[in-house]
Design a protein around this ligand. Structure first.
Ligand code: NAP
Length: 300
């Protein structure tokens, strides 16, 4: 079997276009423009690139983007004063603080300060709790992107055996909760799991969120399984020249493609869905806070 490549870039483009249509409609009908505020503390070059991309994507779908760049020595007090101001601002529907932040600041406390209704990263404990108890939540972007790709690929997920490798609060746990909500039989594997290859062999759906290059091997995969590779790992690529690198996922793409029915590539799979889902969450937050109908297919 040669797996179908799940084109996350193309799917993310359709999601963004659906968002842009909905944004235009509520602007015309209700005079409301969704707004996303992004806070960047310090000058980490990778974070600056992420923030720039988020700003560009937000503007492209017709939303307002509010960037707040703060110096690396910003005090907790000043950062919280900004978050409080954004929490109270009716033009701001989503708030995101780009991580990592400098060491003197606590990511957990920053997330806790954000109004859960504006927590478009879905990291607030209230949102984690709502998701775990099957209630309406803001769902973190990468897990939501995985779910959208799986639903698009497979239709109903009900009754499927799913193995999620990784149990982080950011990816593994929310992915598992979402799959459970869609009536999969879910197993979460992690660094202490015994005979992980046997666990993965039972899966119709494999979601790998480990952070180890090419970790999931061909002979772990049940023929016909659907494989979602969340991992982003940079490895040396001497074939591209001295000192060059390239991105690979957590799945041995070449090998697993010979067995799986469908697989996401890295790059071009889950990655593009993450920003699309950030925009989807901002639109959802805007609709919820204004009592407007939420767009179909953009939430869990
Ligand atoms: P993380 O917080 O480091 O969690 C990694 C998980 O993998 C942990 O639960 C860990 O288990 C598990 N693990 C590590 N080694 C293992 C092993 N040998 N066998 C089985 N499980 C093992 O990472 P994360 O934030 O979830 O991210 C995971 C990957 O996704 C990273 O490559 C990250 O860059 C990528 N990512 C991509 C996107 C995107 O937009 N595409 C977004 C977020 C993250 P323990 O809990 O037992 O330690």
């Amino acid at each position: 079997m040669t797996a179908q490549i799940i084109d996350g870039k193309a799917f993310a483009a359709t999601v963004r276009s659906k968002i842009a249509d909905h944004v235009a409609r509520i602007e015309e009908t209700n005079g409301i423009t969704p707004g996303l505020a992004v806070i960047l503390v310090g000058d980490d070059p990778a974070s600056e690139v992420y923030v720039r991309n988020k700003h560009k994507s937000t503007i492209e779908v017709g939303m307002n983007s509010y960037e707040h760049k703060l110096p690396a020595d910003t005090t907790e007090e000043d950062l919280y004063a900004l978050i409080d101001k954004l929490n109270a601002d009716p033009k701001v529907h989503g708030i995101l603080c780009q991580f990592p932040v400098p060491d003197h600041l606590s990511e957990r406390d920053i997330v806790a300060r954000i109004d859960p209704a504006k927590d478009v990263d879905g990291l607030h404990v209230l949102n984690a709790g709502l998701l775990a108890s099957g209630q309406r939540a803001m769902v973190s972007c990468t897990p939501l992107g995985c779910l959208m790709l799986l639903r698009d690929q497979l239709g109903s997920l009900s009754g499927k055996n799913a193995v999620v490798i990784g149990r982080s609060n950011l990816v593994g746990k929310p992915v598992a909760q979402l799959l459970l909500r869609d009536s999969c039989t879910v197993t979460i594997a992690h660094s202490r799991t015994k005979n992980i290859e046997d666990v993965v062999r039972g899966a119709d759906i494999v979601v790998a969120a480990v952070g180890r290059a090419n970790f999931v091997k061909k002979d772990w995969i049940k023929p016909g399984a659907t494989v979602i590779d969340v991992g982003i790992n940079r490895i040396p690529a001497p074939e591209r020249g001295e000192g060059k690198t390239r991105l690979v996922g957590d799945v041995d793409f070449a090998g697993v493609s010979e067995v799986a029915a469908a697989i996401t590539p890295v790059p071009g799979g889950v990655g593009p869905m993450t920003i699309a889902c950030l925009l989807a969450n901002t639109l959802t937050a805007c609709c919820r806070s204004n009592g407007l109908r939420e767009p179909d297919g953009l939430t869990a």
